[in-house]
Design a protein around this ligand. Structure first.
Ligand code: NDP
Length: 459
């Protein structure tokens, strides 16, 4: 447990490419940075690349790399060099007095310098029935939710005309029968390569100068009302899913106006540099960049912010440098994917297995609480949640078991379980569903629910 009564050299807030790169540089400068990853506000830890399929423009990966995989590599590198991660949201920050202070749900952290790298989050449209059908047909992440059974072979729609919209439209053609791309203007602002992919895909129909007016449905969305420019009457599309890809808003609310922002809320820094309006506070990545917003530019700005913070700390005589036992930290080890269980390799006592065979066996025959995590291969949040959940399961030392179900491979199971997005976690005891969680949750939520069941069983 880290002692937060010490004043930290550098606290980095945010865990996208900017935050992790800043952490790698600060850690290698022996400044033992603390990185607050963020958790729920402004999206999941790891930033926007956690909800991207293939990143094909990040240098060093000639064949592309999955966004979540790239972010896991960033994270491993930051940890390997001595970054401490705190998986929680920064809720409030005080930059008026020095040292600066940052409040999370559980801690009050003091820091000589801070790097803000909180990125930006997906915008919503705010159409009248949006709340009612959110997660019941409306999503802001095709990559996370596209594989949901309700979307299979159905008409789907994407709103927007940028790279995200085009990428998502192409991705959704793997699942839907047809994808409508609703573009409010008469052009796509996406890169030329992305535009070509959309235009060459027969399953995508582009609707120019068209806006979503509202959505309808019963239990699940089944109709979109749209308006074409210059037409008096609205039209409908019988779509079962609509995916928003309409840009982002920087995550700056927790700063409470302490730092200068532009009219769109992006942090203002010195021209081409990471210094913000307060001495000792630096900004990196999308939170201060409304223009370039690329993984590589975010990483570059994270590097600049860490170097600037290091210089600032030493100029002000504030750095407390750690000394390392060995120059070269231990190499990181990556966890391999586990095999899907079948009648040959199924193990009744195993803590974590994969696939419907193991699920059926344990569901019907085991007396222990059973945790089922529904994932899909490109789901960034699933990559965050799985190791967290594994740690929880291990802590119960065999009293609880878990099964992982990939909903792309096991559509029938996902349908029967009413799973409408990934990650979804269900907790069963004696064939009864006790609790269900959607999205990434903190470890203690799963832990408390399992403890409750175990206590009730032992009565
Ligand atoms: P962008 O801001 O680039 O695009 C947003 C799109 O949504 C625009 O077409 C915009 O329309 C439209 N839009 C905004 N508000 C509304 C609204 N209320 N109703 C309807 N349409 C609306 O965001 P992206 O998320 O697409 O991209 C962000 C950055 O990330 C970009 O720099 C992009 O290049 C990058 N990116 C790169 C990827 C890759 O290389 N693989 C993948 C995804 C993103 P209008 O054009 O009229 O303003």
């Amino acid at each position: 447990m880290r002692n937060y009564s010490e004043i930290e050299n550098i606290v980095i807030i945010g865990s996208g490419p900017a935050g992790y790169t800043a952490a790698i540089y600060a850690a290698r400068a022996n400044l033992k940075p603390l990185l607050i990853t963020g958790f729920e506000k402004g999206g999941i830890p790891g930033g926007q690349l956690m909800t991207t399929t293939f990143v094909e423009n990040y240098p060093g990966f000639p064949n592309g790399i999955k966004g979540p995989e790239l972010m896991n590599l960033f994270k491993d590198q930051a940890i390997r060099w001595g970054t401490t991660l705190l998986e929680i949201d920064a809720e409030e920050i005080n930059l008026k007095t020095k040292p600066f202070s940052i409040k999370t749900k559980n801690e009050l952290i003091q820091a000589h310098s801070i790097i803000i790298a909180t990125g930006a989050r997906a915008n919503k449209l705010g159409v009248p029935h949006e709340k009612e059908f959110w997660s019941k047909g409306i999503s802001a992440c095709a990559i996370c939710d596209g594989a949901t059974p309700q979307f299979r072979n159905e008409e789907l729609a994407v709103i927007g005309g940028g790279d995200s919209a085009c990428e998502e439209a192409v991705y959704l053609t793997k699942f839907g029968s047809k994808v409508h791309l609703l573009v409010r203007s008469n052009h796509l602002k996406a890169s030329a390569a992305m535009v070509d992919r959309v235009k060459n895909n027969d399953q995508i129909m582009i609707h120019w100068e068209t806006e979503l007016i509202d959505v309808q449905g019963d239990e699940w969305l089944n109709k979109l009302t749209i308006k074409r420019k210059g037409q008096l009457n609205n039209e409908t599309i019988n779509a079962r899913g609509v995916f928003y890809a309409i840009g982002h808003t920087p995550n700056t609310e927790f700063l409470n106006g302490h730092l200068k922002q532009n009219s769109k809320g992006y942090l203002i820094t010195k021209d081409g540099r990471p210094e913000t309006s307060i001495d000792g506070v630096f900004a990196a990545g999308d939170v201060a960049d409304s223009e370039w917003r690329q993984g590589i530019t975010a990483a570059g700005s994270g590097c600049k912010a860490a170097l600037a913070a290091e210089r600032w700390l030493s100029k002000n005589n504030l750095a407390s440098i750690i000394s390392r036992g060995s120059k070269e930290p231990e190499k990181t080890k990556r966890e391999g994917e586990i095999e899907t269980s079948n009648e040959n390799n199924f193990n009744f006592e195993s803590l974590w297995q994969r696939g419907s065979y193991a699920l059926r066996k344990l569901y019907h025959e085991s007396k222990k609480p059973l945790v089922v995590i529904y994932t899909s291969s490109n789901c960034g949040p699933c990559h965050i949640l799985k190791p967290q959940l594994k740690r929880v399961i291990e802590e119960f030392e065999g009293k609880v078991q878990a099964i992982e179900i990939n909903i792309e491979d096991e559509q029938e199971i996902a349908k029967q379980a009413d799973v409408v997005g990934t990650p979804t976690v269900q907790l069963f005891k004696s064939k009864t569903l006790i609790k269900q969680w959607k999205g990434v949750k903190q470890r203690h939520e799963f832990k408390n629910a399992i403890i409750k069941i175990l206590e009730e069983t032992s009565k």
